[in-house]
Design a protein around this ligand. Sequence first.
Ligand SMILES: Nc1ncnc2c1ncn2[C@@H]1O[C@H](COP(=O)(O)OP(=O)(O)OP(=O)(O)O)[C@@H](O)[C@H]1O
Length: 246
Amino acid sequence: MIEIRNLKKSFGSNLIWEDISFSIEGGETVAIIGRSGCGKSVLMKHLNALMYPDSGEVIIDGKNIFDLEYLELRKMRQRFGVLFQGSALFDSLNTFENIAFPLQYFSDLDQQSIKKKVEEALKMVNLEGTGDRSTAELSGGMRRRVALARATILQPDFLIYDEPTSGLDPQTSEEINQLIISMAENLSITSIVVTHDIHSVLKIADTVAFLEDKGLCWYGSIEKMQESNNQQLLDFVTASEYQIRR
Ligand SMILES: Nc1ncnc2c1ncn2[C@@H]1O[C@H](COP(=O)(O)OP(=O)(O)OP(=O)(O)O)[C@@H](O)[C@H]1O
């Protein structure tokens, strides 16, 4: 479980949010939504202490991560996988090497065990037999799947997705949505998804956190979101070309 308590963040005179509090339960998929510049990516970077707040806490397993010492912090960060926007693959490495990369650096597995794990990961993202392909020649959807295999190879407890469907066609987006759902179910991963894609939110999220007006404007289950009368939430969702079912 991740508890976000009274987070306040500004950059100089630019106040991003005043006071954000909500909890992310173990195994849950939470979508963080809101207009450009509301601080979704900044919030994401607070969850594994890549950024520090002006005040407030992020509690994981009873400890405020902003109080952790270097080694504890390193250990905590290893519990997070991140699917970066645009996949962030190393194009000088092939598909197998990209997925194996975290294992080479952060585990003491022998080469045979690494090979087995990477093959399992490729299977999980429906890319069996593509290990020797150059990532530069893969389609956008395939690159996203390789990135997902790499982000989960160390079996993280938490997986942060930064715009996982951006730039993909609807069918490929749907494949990625299905993979996010199966990752959460099969690997018991707690997922935090930053996205503008309301269709994706409706498919994958258990809970939605909507940032607006320098704070958390609305928070609740996906079912409650579809019945909400919160005008700002309605405006945001409607502008996203989706009419909330009534
Ligand atoms: N390192 C930084 N230094 C100064 N300002 C920053 C820094 N990082 C982010 N900001 C500012 O914080 C605000 C929120 O940025 P953030 O990237 O979190 O928005 P976002 O909601 O993720 O936007 P988008 O949907 O466009 O990706 C912006 O005004 C941005 O300029």
